[in-house]
Ligand binder design. Structure first.
Ligand code: NAD
Ligand code: TYD
Length: 334
């Protein structure tokens, strides 16, 4: 396939692009604005590959998007481009509205103009929180943060283009991802790097919130699978094989890094914090996809990756991220 991958310089997008270029021989053009979370370094190993191209640009830019489509000669658009951190959406929601609402609209219009296949990458957070049981694709949409509300709006707009214009779309909703190249504002890389540095481990509230963890390579394969085999107009959930309470994740990271339990610090809870996410993946499993990485094994591999890749996280941890951390946690990194 020839793909235009928007947001391909981020954590999951770059994992997807690596898979498609190296394992499937696809031609991939990445369009990415390079926000604080987007990094060309994430794609450095792909630069020499035939059929890989990088373009810097925003999905809400109505000139850059058609130009990127022409340059890529794409058959399909896969959209990862998003603001992705719930805490930042609480502090500063404006970029979330712009990228998710306006950006998705500009992409859909460009796809419609050329009758391109369109896949929207989405999240289990559109369903809101669930105390017991598990969400299916039929569950009501009850997002609770500015992040998840704007992601939900984007999903609904994508579906409207299927119903109204017959645009060949699919949506793939993932549960919480982890793995190499994840920006250290998110739970797992934040805790791993703080543990390796002897910095406090800030657990929100009682730490008993539960997340359904999926390795980014598994989610990326699910997205490729939906693109190749999914029924047009449909939503597919891709959840990981394991659920874990945050405090257990942190304890496991302490074991894997050899840090001290005394680093755990219970801090003020996130406003509107969703208690539990849980996703049923029966529908995508019926298409032949299965997650391959169990959480224990994937977490150990992830910790080793961060240990071995200071060249990747060093510039982040010594740059703007420090100021973000101080604003968010009210204390400086050591
Ligand atoms: P990320 O923050 O690591 O990467 C986002 C990428 O999008 C960055 O490269 C950034 O530069 C780019 N981007 C942001 N705004 C843009 C814009 N306006 N125009 C062009 N590029 C822009 O995020 P991620 O964790 O890789 O998430 C990718 C997608 O997967 C998102 O749509 C997210 O909602 C979804 N998702 C993430 C998770 C998770 O746990 N991380 C789980 C389920 C779904
Ligand atoms: P996060 O990685 O931000 O993902 P999401 O909010 O999309 O699930 O957070 C995962 C969980 O970890 C969530 O319950 C919030 C919690 N958390 C902490 O307890 N401390 C932290 O410093 C962070 C970043 C998250």
């Amino acid at each position: 396939m020839k793909l235009l991958v928007c947001g391909g310089a981020g954590f999951i997008g770059s994992t997807f692009v690596r898979q498609r270029v190296m394992e499937y021989g696809d031609e991939v053009t990445v369009l990415d604005k390079l926000t604080y979370a987007g990094r060309e370094e994430n794609l450095a190993d792909l630069l020499p590959e035939r059929g890989f191209r990088f373009i810097r640009g925003a999905i809400e830019d109505a000139e850059a998007v058609p130009a990127a489509i022409r340059a890529s000669d794409a058959d399909a658009i896969v959209n990862f481009a998003a603001e992705t951190h719930v805490d930042r959406s609480i502090a500063e929601p404006d970029a979330f509205v712009r990228t998710h609402a306006l950006g998705t609209y500009v992409l859909l219009e460009a796809a419609r103009e050329r009758e391109l296949r369109y896949l929207q990458v989405s999240t289990d957070e559109v369903y809101g929180s669930i105390e017991e049981g598990t969400f299916t694709e039929e569950s009501p949409l009850r997002p609770s943060s500015p992040y998840s509300a704007t992601k939900t709006g984007a999903d609904l707009l994508v579906q409207s283009y299927f119903h109204t214009y017959g645009l060949p779309v699919t949506i793939c909703r993932g549960s919480n991802n982890y793995g190499p190249y994840q920006y250290p504002e998110k739970l797992i890389p934040l805790m791993v790097l703080n543990a390796l540095h002897g910095d406090p481990l800030p657990v929100y509230g009682d730490g008993m919130q539960v997340r359904n963890w999926i390795h980014a390579r598994d989610f990326a394969r699910a997205i490729g699978h939906v693109l190749e085999h999914g029924k047009l107009g449909e939503v597919y959930n891709a959840g990981g094989p394991d659920e874990e309470a945050n405090i257990e994740v942190v304890r496991r990271i302490i074991e894997l890094t050899g840090a001290s339990e005394s680093l755990i610090e219970h801090v003020a809870d996130r406003p509107g914090h969703d208690r539990r996410y849980s996703l049923s993946s029966e529908k995508v499993r019926a298409l032949g996809w299965e997650p391959e990485v169990r959480f224990d094994e994937g977490l150990a591999e992830t910790v080793e990756w961060y240990r071995a890749n200071e060249a990747w996280w060093g510039p982040i941890r010594s740059g703007d991220y420090r100021a973000y951390y101080e604003r968010q946690y009210g204390q400086a990194l050591g």
